[in-house]
Design a protein around this ligand. Sequence first.
Ligand SMILES: [Zn+2]
Ligand SMILES: [Zn+2]
Length: 411
Amino acid sequence: MKLLAGLALLAVTLLLAGCAAPTTAVPPPAPVSAPTEGDTGLMEFQGSWQPQLLYLLGRPHARLYVEVAAVAGCEPRDSTLKKLREFLATYCEKPDGIEIVRRPVISRKAARGLTPHGLARQFLAGPPATAGSAPAYMPVLYYDSALATEPLSATPGRSAAPARHPPQDEHPHTDTLPYPAIYMNVRYGFAKSVPDEMLLHEAGHMLGLVSRHDFAAGHHCMDANCLMNRTLRVSLNRTFMGLHPTRQIQLCGRCMQELVNSLKLPSPRNLYYAGPVLVRTERDYAVLALPQRVKVLLGGVTAQDCQDFTAAVQAERPGPGDQELRVLCSVKTELIQDPARVTEAISQAEADPLACVRTVATRLRLKWEERRREPANTEIKGVLSTEAMKEAGVRVAPFTGVKENGGGGGS
Ligand SMILES: [Zn+2]
Ligand SMILES: [Zn+2]
């Protein structure tokens, strides 16, 4: 709960905006100015949750596959993606290469009524299955938040239901929990003035910046000239002088050093990508994640389990509640034959660092105990409801800002 409590408490002022977004499971962010409880919670969780190392280190994934999906009119320039490649190539040890692939453009009609997470689930496919080693996977979505509030358009397999979503937070942002992804909203006012830096800032979050405590607050660097500062300052004076609109075009020494330090860490032993699915394995269970969708699987996890999870998520019909975190928990058939192991696995999941996993595991335990009294009932699944999600949902949305600075001799 501690983890949840602060996740949406992000610093916002009228002049600041950027990579923050409130989780949809909690109220809109309140203005705060200090590191939040959520930051602390994330730090505590990092022992078993360091997806950034999958991007930074050469193992377990020697390759990085960056997939970029964009709604029509929101597409990033080639030069922006080139800068992203250079940035990643500078800091990520990927001996088998870094591939940046654009998905076919998403029509604005198809995007109507869909939240960023809904778009990501439907249009980001994950790396293709190839004979080579499985890559780490970094999804990037460019979208227009104005389309999310429009009614769903009728398409084959989808009715024109008036599934309006409330206006979404418009800051470009990076999710870390439950599933790492970059969401770039081009509707956001400042996104066009420094598009390269906005994307690189989010990529910095994907690489784990800023996690240190020294000269940092709320996942951001306190160096005003650093790309990872909470505020990207845009100066009209600089523009008039023919200079780049912002000075913050690269990482400061502290942030670079933080990445260098991360490169010395051991490879994650319990995290890996299977296609687009991020898998975290614990002793007797696994946690599978896609955008705002989590599946807790008691028993071993296989490639087929990941494919089935992906297929189920991609087959979802868009509608109200798209933005909510949904968590499913189930027991693998082979484990059911061993009730003692099921009980043990549930107990372990009830002690998971992630609140929503603990909650859904408890629901499963109640069903499991019920089933043992009535053996005829073989359906053992726990699903976290929307209400329970409000208590247990988790998401990290580090915050950055872009500050319009029209005067003052540049900043
Ligand atoms: Zn910095
Ligand atoms: Zn940020």
